[in-house]
Ligand binder design. Structure first.
Ligand code: IVH
Length: 692
């Protein structure tokens, strides 16, 4: 019986590692549950068999009244933060290291381990006789809090280390929450609040949610908060705790490992998750490259980072370098621009989009976030604005990640000074005063004014003129505003009816600009069917759908006349898109605009209906990720499309294959998870090569 319990513990810990750390379970969940229940039953009947490394002990501990303090046997040091967010940060660090190590100019470049700077909280894990016995927060670096009961619930943290690991050690790393786990948690929290639960709240960001979970007094609650863990450091206890100076204490016993890279490799072998993005690099150049590489990857990572960490790889060199005010000189954190900042809401405006959609937008006190100055942030729609309860005068968290439109994440309620009115959506379009309606089951209000609404006229023209549509180079926002406001342009076709005399009446329109615009208009007349269809701005018809429609039908008349059933035959066109197309072309004024555009000379090449369906890659979908050695992304996409394939932005079960280059990120992981084949550039070229 004792053997069976030990065997079950080992088996379950093995499968937990495969599931949580390697993301590669080898048995079905139901089988895991069965083994788990068997062990639980055995332990219930024979409490003497219980041991702290039993997976049954991950959950179910009793709540504690307060956290006990833990004096760290090896201090938890801080890390110097390089504030220069440009490449100079990496160069400055390398120079300091070389100086400290007294290296001459001709000496070889220093070797570094470059890691991610995870945005969670530092935790120290103590193992005795291979078993996890204590987990503590950093606290002030000398004394932290005992959070063992909560940390045990984290599936990615091994409860027992394999025999090849030293019996006694301390592992440090970051507890964090993955973005999708965070989103799901907030959805659950919202549902709880809506159902009347007291003392529940939503979380501002994953770090905040992770910190809250780790500092829970009730481990049952912590267990419901999906936490993850990355290991980044290993320590051993000096013979007499606190007898050594801090730097010596942190490096005690590590000489044997030789390098930080080796330490990480061992941590991984012992069952800890170590970030895959970690690299061993040389010199300032290697650091700069890593910094840039990760900057490009940041938004695709499934978790938040706020920078990268550079560490001198050799432990003997680390020992040589000393410390300044609790910060070892051998490491530095190099930050990226923050993606979230605080600012105040000056006003809440409602903007009218091309399809009449009304979007509440917070006008902000300008704030530098995500690398740019942001003055507007979307509140998405009425429900979102109400849910976040954003009001004029509020201090809010604004987030801008990558190229995503800046958004208001939440209100800092403690800072609300006076109660401004709750936001409500106007019942009339703020531009044309037509009724604004929210249809059953829809999140958005729409202006019913259609092309009578000047906001929609403007947006429609700008959409048509953009580079990805027919491309009218000199027709920008200000000019469109003037043209529409002056009543010169109401429909897309009016743009081509403009003459020099009309333009000359406009403010600040010099002769040269007028001529430039007329020349741009002339050039834009020669276009392609997909660009034209996309340019019409039909709801739900993006570039990819426009291409599919053009390929399927070959000409504009066939598209305009297609029934819903016929439209549904098109690759990737579903009922919503088909209905939207039908609704658009059922309106006489839309067909009229198409006719007028043709009459004004806008033209493109048509082809035989479905003429391209027999191309070699018809019906196949590819995803391109990373940097290919010679082809640009656009070139690779064009090659695939010419061969009849579709190129999508994200990997799904329908993806035929992923074309991956250097620095491919999460899309590659997803392809692996779904068992989708991966090609390199050579593979792509072989695929699209015309058969000879
Ligand atoms: S090393 C002496 N590595 O940054 C250096 N810290 O340390 C000890 N952090 O709150 C820390 N990612 O939790 C190190 N790859 C990484 C890290 C990392 C995040 C955090 C750590 C602590 C802060 C300063």
């Amino acid at each position: 019986m004792k053997d069976r319990a030990a065997h079950l513990r080992q088996l379950l810990n093995h499968h937990a590692h495969r599931y949580y750390v390697l993301d590669d379970p080898s048995i079905p969940d139901a089988e895991y549950d069965r083994l788990f229940k068997e062990l639980q039953a055995l332990e219930a009947a024979h409490p003497e068999l219980l041991s702290p490394d039993s997976p049954t002990q991950r959950v179910g501990g009793a709540p504690v009244d307060a956290f006990a303090s833990v004096r760290h046997r090896v201090p938890m040091l801080s890390i110097h933060t390089e504030t220069d967010i440009s490449d100079l940060g990496a160069q400055a660090f390398d120079q300091r290291v070389r100086k400290q190590l007294q290296l001459k100019e001709n000496d070889a470049p220093v070797e570094y381990v470059a890691e991610l700077k995870f945005d969670g909280l530092a935790i120290s894990l103590r193992y005795l006789d291979h078993v996890l016995v204590q987990a503590a927060t950093r606290g002030d670096g000398e004394t932290g809090e005992d959070v063992t009961h909560n940390i045990r619930t984290i599936g990615q943290i091994p409860l027992r280390l394999p025999p090849q690991a030293p019996a006694e050690l301390e592992v440090r790393g970051e507890v964090y929450m993955r973005r999708n786990d965070f989103e799901a948690l907030n959805i659950r929290q919202r549902e709880r609040i809506a159902a009347g639960a007291k003392n529940e709240k939503t979380f501002v960001n994953p770090r905040n949610a992770a910190a809250g979970a780790v500092r829970q007094l009730d481990p049952q609650i912590a267990a419901q908060r999906p936490l993850s863990f990355f290991a980044y450091a290993l320590h051993f206890h000096p013979q007499e705790p606190q007898s050594l100076p801090p730097l010596e204490a942190t490096l005690w016993g590590l000489q044997h490992y030789g390098t930080q890279a080796k330490v990480l490799q061992c941590l991984k072998a012992w069952g800890f998750a170590v970030a895959e993005e970690t690299q061993t690099v040389t010199g300032a150049k290697g650091l700069v490259q890593f910094h840039q590489h990760i900057a490009g990857l940041r938004d695709q990572l499934p978790f938040d980072i706020d920078g990268v960490v550079y560490k001198v790889n050799r432990i003997d060199q680390q020992a040589q370098m000393g410390m300044v005010s609790r910060e070892p000189r051998w490491a530095v954190a190099h930050k990226y621009p923050a993606q979230e900042e605080l600012t105040t809401v000056l006003a809440i405006d409602v903007q009218v989009g091309r399809t009449g959609k009304l979007t509440p937008v917070a006008k902000l006190d300008p704030v530098f976030v995500g690398g740019v100055t942001v003055t507007n942030a979307t509140l998405h729609n009425e429900d979102e604005a109400r849910r976040k309860d954003v009001r004029v005068g509020d201090t809010v968290v604004v987030r801008r990640a990558g190229d995503v439109i800046p958004e208001v994440v939440s209100v800092v309620m403690e800072k609300r000074l006076h109660e401004a009115a709750i936001f409500t959506m106007p019942k009339l379009c703020p531009v044309c005063a037509s009724a604004a309606v929210r249809e059953e089951g829809e999140a958005d209000y729409r202006c019913t004014g259609g092309l009578f609404c000047s906001a929609q006229q403007k947006q429609a023209v700008l959409h048509f003129a953009q580079r990805r549509a027919v491309e009218i180079e000199d027709l920008g926002e200000k000019l469109v505003d003037q043209l529409v406001d002056a009543g010169l342009v109401k429909t897309l076709a009016d743009v081509y009816k403009l003459g020099f005399s009309h333009l000359a009446t406009l403010d600040r329109m010099a002769e040269k600009s007028a001529n430039n615009l007329l020349a741009s208009l002339e050039r834009s007349k020669s276009t392609t069917l997909p660009r034209f269809v996309f340019g019409l701005g039909i709801r739900h018809v993006g570039e990819a759908t426009a291409k599919d429609l053009a390929r399927h039908f070959g000409g504009i008349d066939a598209i305009m006349d297609a029934s819903v059933e016929q439209l549904l035959q098109v690759h990737d066109v579903g009922p919503v898109v088909a209905q939207s197309l039908r609704t658009f072309f059922d309106q006489a004024h839309n067909r009229e605009v198409v006719e007028q555009l043709r009459a004004c000379g806008v033209h493109w090449q048509e082809s035989d209906p479905q003429g391209r369906l027999d191309l070699p890659l018809s019906g196949h979908t590819y995803v391109i990720t990373g940097t290919l050695p010679t082809l640009s992304r656009e070139q690779a996409q064009a090659l695939l499309e010419e061969a009849g394939a579709k190129v999508a932005g994200s990997v799904s079960k329908k993806t035929t294959a992923v074309v991956a280059g250097e620095a491919a990120g999460s899309k590659l992981e997803k392809a692996a998870a779904l068992g989708i084949p991966v090609l390199d550039e050579a593979g792509l070229l072989a695929l699209v090569k015309p058969a000879t």
